[in-house]
Design a binder for this molecule. Structure first.
Ligand code: G1P
Length: 296
């Protein structure tokens, strides 16, 4: 019988140095993407896939995240008194979204360490990990498909996406074998941020994982890797190397729309892409963008 899957973990303890000074006193996860904080898109994605128990692994300076998913009585009553029903609905949306939990990472020892901090909350169940820098378009299914594959294989499943070879050094990169399903591959090897030219493929790990609980024991024993940090990729390689531990590792190859908000240029692109698609902004933004580009 498949183990139940209801929990999502969102690591959010990073310092956000790429966005200084904006992130001096505000978590990068709260940077708005159009009009919603980046982390809200990620929580919405988890909830859409049926994972309504969300643990955020936070650090110092992150109280704005807890506040965003909590009630804000003063604002609510002001909006109510003024009859601003639509604004009140928008404010309440993030409060009612999910069953939110928080744990602090303490020492910033890497993504693998952040995931290990979820152990007490997750227990002995498979769970999803969603990285906040990647926003997956709500119209393109990824996490639901990964959950399906996890259930079918009883294994760990990671999201992979083809990237330009010049970009592989920014990602975990997988070696894979085909399966009889077009969008599913068996992961045979993984390397964190390979040097240019030494990447085993163009299939990059994008920030979605469905992990078996055995990963915790492996993370406990995983030594610091790339950048002196405990890497989730290294623990996944241990799982991929030995199918007998927890069924091995599979990849779902995503071919949909993904927005990277991890650095300034990609963040700007993500906002423009998402805003042009919005019915309240797109009709005015698109012609303006065309004129703007024509004048460049
Ligand atoms: C992390 C992972 C990396 C993965 C990437 C996806 O790196 O370590 O394997 O490919 O997320 O966004 P980071 O971007 O946090 O350095």
């Amino acid at each position: 019988m498949a183990k139940p899957l209801s929990k999502a973990v969102i690591p959010a303890a990073g310092l956000g140095t790429r966005f200084l000074p904006a992130t001096k006193a505000m978590p990068k996860e709260m940077l708005p993407v159009v009009d919603k904080p980046a982390i809200q898109y990620v929580v919405e994605e988890a909830v859409d896939a049926g994972l309504s128990d969300v643990l955020v692994v936070t650090g110092r300076n992150k109280t704005a995240i807890d506040n965003h998913f909590d009630r804000v009585y003063e604002l609510e009553s002001t909006l109510e008194q003024k009859g601003k029903g639509e604004m009140l609905r928008v404010v309440n949306e993030s409060t009612a979204l999910a069953d939110m939990h928080y744990v602090r990472q303490g020492d910033p020892l890497g993504l693998g360490h952040a995931v290990l901090r979820a152990r007490m909350h997750v227990g002995n169940e498979p769970f999803a990990v969603l990285l906040g820098d990647d926003i997956i378009d709500a119209r393109d299914e990824l996490l639901k498909r990964m959950l399906e594959v996890t259930e079918a294989k009883g294994a760990t499943v990671i999201a992979l996406m083809e990237v330009d070879p010049s970009m592989t050094h920014l990602y975990g990169v997988a070696s894979v074998e085909a399966t009889d399903e077009d969008d599913v591959v068996k992961v045979t090897g993984l390397v964190e941020k390979p040097e240019q030219g030494s990447q085993p493929s163009n299939l990059a790990v994008i920030g979605r994982y469905v992990l078996q609980p055995e990963v915790f024991d492996i993370l406990e024993k995983t030594p610091p890797g790339k950048g002196g940090e405990i890497q989730l990729t290294d623990a996944l390689l241990t799982l991929a190397d030995d199918d007998s531990i927890a069924g091995g590792v599979y990849g779902v190859v995503f071919r949909g729309r993904r927005y990277d908000t991890g650095d300034k240029l990609d963040y700007i692109k993500a906002i423009v892409q998402l805003a042009t698609d919005r019915s309240d902004l797109g009709p005015d933004l698109r012609p303006w963008l065309k004129d703007f580009v024509a004048g460049l």
